[in-house]
Each structure stands twice: as C-alpha cells, then as structure tokens.
Ligand binder design. Sequence first.
Ligand code: 7TS
Length: 418
Amino acid sequence: MNMPEVRLSKKKLDPNEVRNDFPICSRLVNGAPLVYFDNAATSQKPQSVIDSIKDFYEEHNANIHRAVHTLSYEATVMYEQAHKKVADFIGARNWREVVFTRNATESINLVAYAWAFHNLSAGDEILITIMEHHSDIVPWQMLRDEKGIVLKFLDVDDEGALRLDELPEMLTERTKLVGVVHASNVLGVVNPVGEIVKEAKKVGAKVLVDAAQSVPHFPVDVVELGCDFLVASGHKMLGPTGIGFLYAREELLREMRPFLYGGDMIETVTTEGATWNELPWKFEAGTPNVAGGIGLGAAIDYLSGLDMNQVAAHETELLDYALGRLSELPWVKLYGPGKGRRVGVISFNVEDVHPHDVAGYLDERGIAVRSGHHCTQPLMTRMGIENAVRASFYIYNTKEEVDKLIEGLRRVMELFSR
Ligand code: 7TS
C-alpha cells in the first residue's frame, strides 16, 4: 500500500485526544461504546463547531447584507469570514471564488444549470468516470436529455482504478467538460486529478472535481490541481448539514448566468429587469444558511489546527492497519485497488451474508457502517455487485475500533454461516 505523500509539520494526531473534542464519541449505542465508521456518509462534529452555531444564535443572529445595525454587521462579517476560511483551506486565489451552497450536489447542479446549460449545445461532450457519485452523474444525464449532449464514462479496471490509458481517446475536440471524483466514496481510491486536468486542457475542456471525499481527508489546492470547478460538502468535513461550497475560477463565475434568482443576488432591480450583485453573492440568492456557513468556518479552523497532513497520515495508518486485519479473514471480499493512493474508505462483502445483515449485526454491537450501493450504482454494476458494506474512517477513529470491527465480523460469520 502506497502512503499518500505527506509533509509532517505539526504534532502527530492522537485520535484519543481528538475524541475528547467530540461529544458523540462518548455515546453508547445498543449498550456498547459507539464505533462510528460511517464518515463517508457524514462526519461527526466537534464541540467547537456545535458552539459556533450556538454562539451565532445566542449572540449575533441577524440577516446579512441588509441592515446597518450591529448584529447584521457582525453576522455579515462572520459569514464572509467563513468564505475566506474555505478559500484559504483549498488554496483559492480569491475568496470571491467560493460560493456557498447546500451541499456538493447543489454545487454540481449550479455548474450544470448556470454554466453548462448555456455553454454547451447538441453534440458537445461531457466526460465523467464510472466511479462518480450519483450527484456527478444525474445532472449531466438531465443535460444530455434536455440539450442533446453526449455523456461518456471513463471506465475502471477490474480492481477499480481509472483506465487512464483510455483517457486520450475519450477526449475529443467536442469535450467541453470533464467531471472526476477526487477520492472515491466507495473504493477510497485517489484519482490523479492533476494528470486528468492536463489531458483535458489539451482539448480545451473544463474540469470539475468532486472533492466531497478528498477535501476533508488530505490537503487539496485548487491552483495546484488546475481545475475549473471544485465542489464539497460541509457535513463530511466536521461542519453542519445544509452547507457546502463551489469553487470556480473567477472569470468563469463572472461569465456564468445566475443559478437562482431573487433577493441578495441583485445589484439593482427595476420593473424592466435586474443587474447582478458582485461575487460570490450573485450565486447566493435569498437568505443563506448563515449559521451553517459559520459552522463550516469553525470546522475548517478545527481541521487546520490538526494540520491536514497529519489528518492524512493518521487515516493512512488506520487504513493500512484495517486492510491488514481484514485480509486475515478469507471470507471477506475487499473491493478497490490494492495499490496506489487511498483515503480511509474500505468497501467489502462477507461471503454469503447480505451487506444489510452485516451492518445490522454490527449495529447491535454499536458499530456504525453503511451498507448499500453508496449512491454509485454504475460503479457497483461495473464491479458486478449490487451492494457492499463500507467502513470509512476519520480523525477520531482508533486501531482498537478496527479490532472491534474485525471481532464483529468474525461473529457475523459464525452466526450467519450456521
Ligand atoms: N460526491 C461524493 C464523492 C460523495 O461522497 C458524496 C456524498 C457526494 C458527492 C454528495 O454529497 P451531498 O452532501 O451533496 O449529499 N456521499 C455520501 C455517501 O457516501 N454516503 O452518504 C453520502
């Protein structure tokens, strides 16, 4: 297993120390200490994020960009500050390149409706990969059906690594957009986005990176990647639900039409028409999720305090440990490439036991894993399966918890193979 390349600057992450910051880590589930291995679905929240939301409502609650009173000013500054934190975190040149949305899904829809819908025409091509989350498939299928665009899928090999050898022939003069998931929420594989961007640029295509499973887990820099669009969700990176973001290069945001129309996204309105507000507000119509944005800012403060290189190093250590221990169980089938960079996501099946039964039994022991298709049905079909169990790790997970998973799986095998 190759480790992600990491630069270790700060103190090694101690998950037991981190756990003290997460109230939910002391919960019992079905009488057992919670083992939360469903981080790819959503992460838990540290006290500082919970407090930031409470503090906002207790001390600063007001609408933004509207009033001259003190609370409105404070709320406006805090909400803008949160955009700046996201921008710094992903290496954007300018915080105005960061638009807050509800989640990664909405961010991709924003690109589909506000950019692609007006810039692509019948016969133009969009290339995505077979390992995309449904959120990076279905909006493009809508566009294909509405506008006659051709939607192509880059395949994976039998282990689940992208067929990069096929990329040059899949890209044509008509390819206008390439959509690629940075880290798979099923296989954990980290795709070589930089390389894909280079190939895409040769034909003049824009590149959208789905970073929902990467930004929370290792350092991501949009300028280094060279991408045009990048999306992520706050709730997968310690932030609250209902807040996510879109990064897009400034000139693209300037050229793009608005996505949603109404209050706050305008500069002036007459009975004849309207002009648009400055970036990023042109894309944030109506009263936004102010508390959520501030909570996301607090989540970024927390992650930055740990250092993202240390976050990645901890997860790699845990992943390698878990893969080693799972390989002791010959009746567990693991999915995903055995080599190359991966984040802490492991999908597997237990021989002759339905994934929902595995997950249900583990839950009885307080272990939360996800079972199902993980919103990646085309990938599951390509792998010849319908469902899998998935364990996904984060900063508060420990090797002792992995041991509990292994013990739980041994019991599953005993119980269900009778
Ligand atoms: N892209 C990836 C790679 C994801 O993992 C997810 C969510 C999304 C996009 C969509 O994020 P949303 O916040 O807009 O829903 N993934 C998962 C998952 O694996 N289980 O639940 C949600």
